[in-house]
Design a protein around this ligand. Structure first.
Ligand code: T3D
Length: 267
């Protein structure tokens, strides 16, 4: 149970909750966690479960086995009844990316191995990216005659700047974990055998912080990408008004003055 609710279970995605951290694991290791209709359905359902459960304060998104996610399952794409690509994106991929960005709880991407195609896009949509030293990114769309999707053309220039975004998207070359850190695509490279513990530690730190302030910060950063400084200043003032009225803000000041750790309750 989390927050009094039973913890849901899914066919292709593992969903675990412990100490206010939900871990979502894409779980088709034999196909490098490639995204079938079932995985997309289960991942969206897992994100909805997080959205409904206020006892969950941070999320870790990772992959089972040696890959994070190899993107669209190309075998399923060849099936005779596969939906047209534009429909697949509108109905199955885009809702996942929107749900990740709309979620109040921060998502720590634990990029344990290769992230390709829409799998790279899933990594880009996380709030904090920790990457294994064994991992790599590959847009992979160009090689099969497609356009980067699931937010890749939007996230990439914002995360790494126009020059690197164009190089990655157009030339479609693999990017090592070290290079991803160097160009600012990920927060940090971590030795493979320490990644899960490190991601959990970061998520646990986030889970101990004031949830309203974290959500307001996440959404303020998101909004800042599409507005000018003037509007961003107004937006910060608006959000600070909300954060400043919370019991957690008062608790934060009290804890500072009393030289103790704060106990944030999300109120
Ligand atoms: O609906 C739509 O189509 C629109 C949405 C599109 C979004 C997209 O994501 S398009 C991009 C799709 N993804 C790719 O094109 C990536 C394809 N995979 C690769 O390029 C490579 O597998 C990797 C670079 C990811 C990893 O290479 P490597 O050498 O480490 O592994 P591998 O040997 O290629 O793959 C291991 C197994 O996983 C292999 O199966 P097998 O031979 O052991 O039975 C391989 O077929 C399978 N696999 C890997 N990626 C996919 C996959 N199976 C299905 N779909 C995949 N995407």
């Amino acid at each position: 149970m989390a927050g009094g609710r039973p913890i849901p279970s899914f066919e292709t995605v593992r969903y675990e909750v412990a100490d206010a951290v939900a871990t979502i694991t894409l779980d088709r290791p034999d196909a490098l966690n490639a995204l079938t209709i079932a995985v997309k359905r289960d991942l969206l359902a897992a994100l909805r479960a997080v959205e409904r459960d206020r006892a969950v304060r941070a999320v870790v998104l990772t992959g089972a086995g040696r890959a994070f996610c190899a993107g669209q399952d190309l075998r399923e794409r060849l099936e005779s009844d596969a939906a047209p690509l534009a429909v697949e994106l509108r109905e199955r991929y885009n809702p996942i990316i929107r749900a990740m960005r709309a979620l109040d709880q921060p998502i720590v991407g634990a990029i344990n191995g290769v992230a390709a195609g829409a799998g790279a896009s899933l990594a880009f949509a996380c709030d904090v990216r920790l990457v294994s030293d064994q991992a790599s990114f590959r847009l992979a769309f160009g090689r099969i005659g497609l356009v980067p999707d699931s937010g890749a053309t939007w996230f990439l220039p914002r995360l790494v700047g126009a020059a690197k975004a164009s190089e990655l998207a157009l030339l479609d070359e693999p990017l090592s974990a070290a290079d991803a850190e160097r160009i600012g695509l990920v927060a940090r490279v971590v030795p493979a055998d320490e990644l899960a513990a490190e991601a959990r530690s970061v998520a646990t730190r986030l889970a101990a912080m004031a949830p309203r302030a974290l959500a307001l910060t996440k959404h303020a950063l998101e909004r800042s990408w599409s507005v000018g400084l003037d509007a961003a200043l107004d937006d910060e003032a608006y959000r600070q008004g909300i954060a400043g009225a919370t019991a957690d803000h008062r608790e934060g000041i009290a804890a500072f003055l009393e030289k103790r750790q704060p106990r944030f309750r999300g109120e």
